[in-house]
Design a protein around this ligand. Structure first.
Ligand code: NAD
Ligand code: GLY
Length: 366
């Protein structure tokens, strides 16, 4: 491992865990696990794209530290985040007689992380798991906080569990192989933290966007640290999303509707969140909650990042129907996260239906 990694802790009492961020961390997975985990076996869950890139290095490190490794390689893609693929993880764990003390390790993006975490939550009623996120999106968001699950044809992430990892290891070097489109999609979640929580982060993105898009490692490490610190703080305050954690869903009510309407494979999650954040910001302005100057800054940054700012063209009713199936519907209320300014957002239930319909219609691709 290169100079000591930066470490954060998600403080959740007996379920607290560390996040290690740095360069060369894949080669240190074995020793890092050894100091925290007494089991003998690790099932490394990855996919057909990530395994050829990073499985050998991960496996070597684990085996040198004395672990027995079982790779489980799944098909790649959001459209495989379902029961059929999940069953393949259980098949491998059961056929290979994985026990309660053994661990799962997610090596990949948010899809692999969410499915591995859910399998770990269910196998033998809960086994430990480690997140090794390899996309920007999974590093800044999905790998931290213990939300796990799969999609249902009627809605995104509707089946799942809260199950915290016992360690998160993020190697900034893995981002070097990430396609540019995925890199931009990950930036959407970084922009999200700026809008809901950290106006200085938003300013940094505005001034250094080109360097970030070019993948400058020290700046990326700084961004990972900053985003994970925010997420760790929010999750420690509200692990089960009874209050503040809902702010992390900014852009997601609209974004999840895009993903479910488009069948989970045309739009990347981060792209859908980006367009969703633009619509949510403009909606907040329309409702008189957010000055137009702030919502225009959100829109401009998303556009400069090469992310979509409009919704795919479907009838407004289809959007409303998809949003009703979203998890954020509580007691029949449709829930939106709306910015009040850059760096601060609020939760609003059932805002004006007429304004919602008009905002949706105004943001449809022609
Ligand atoms: P993804 O997991 O589909 O990864 C994106 C693509 O990049 C895939 O094709 C993957 O194989 C490939 N890839 C991964 N690492 C790579 C690397 N280093 N080099 C080259 N290619 C690589 O998508 P994602 O954007 O990482 O995650 C999106 C998922 O995360 C969604 O399902 C979303 O619901 C979920 N998510 C979960 C949370 C949470 O809190 N649990 C938060 C945000 C998003
Ligand atoms: N990505 C939203 C959350 O973790 O709560």
């Amino acid at each position: 491992m290169n100079p000591s990694p930066r470490t954060l802790t998600v403080a959740l009492g007996p379920r607290s865990y560390d996040i290690l961020i740095g360069s060369g961390i894949l080669s240190a997975i074995g020793p890092e696990l050894k100091t925290r985990f007494r089991g003998q076996r690790v099932a490394v869950v990855s996919n057909e794209t990530v395994a050829p890139l990073y499985l050998a290095q991960t496996r070597r490190s684990l085996e040198e530290a004395g672990f027995r490794v079982t790779p489980i390689i799944l098909p790649d893609g959001e459209s495989h985040k379902n029961w059929i693929t999940l069953q393949r993880i259980f098949d491998a764990l059961i056929e290979n007689r994985f026990e309660r003390g053994d661990a799962l390790l997610a090596l990949g993006g948010g899809v692999i992380g969410d499915m591995t975490g859910f399998a770990a939550a269910c196998h033998q009623r809960g086994v430990p798991f480690v997140q090794v996120p390899t996309t920007l999106l999974a590093q800044v968001d999905a790998s931290v906080g213990g939300k796990t699950g799969i999609n249902h044809p009627l809605g995104k992430n509707l089946i799942g569990a809260f199950h915290q990892p016992c360690l998160v290891l993020m190697d900034v070097d893995t981002l070097a192989t990430l396609p540019q489109r995925e890199h931009r999609a990950g930036l959407a979640e970084v922009i999200k933290y700026g809008v809901i929580w950290d106006k200085e982060l938003f300013g940094l993105l505005e001034t250094r966007l080109e360097t970030i898009l070019a993948g400058e490692p020290s700046l990326l490490t700084e961004l990972l640290h900053r985003c994970c610190a925010i997420k760790a703080e929010i999750v420690a305050m509200d692990e089960r999303e009874l209050g503040t954690r809902a702010l992390l869903n900014f852009g997601h009510t609209f974004g999840h509707a895009i993903e479910s309407l488009t069948g989970y494979d045309a739009w990347l999650h981060g792209e859908a969140v980006a367009a969703g954040m633009v619509v949510a910001a403009r909606f907040a302005t329309r409702l008189g909650l957010c000055p137009a100057e702030a919502s225009e800054r959100v829109c401009a940054l998303i556009q400069r990042a090469g992310l979509p700012t409009r919704l795919p063209a479907y009838p407004v009713d289809h959007y409303l129907e998809a949003m009703i199936h979203d998890k954020k519907v509580a007691f029949g209320n449709m829930r939106f996260i709306l910015p009040e300014t850059i760096g601060r957002a609020v939760v609003r239930d059932n805002p004006s239906a007429a304004d919602l319909t008009a905002t949706l219609a105004a943001h449809m691709e022609s």
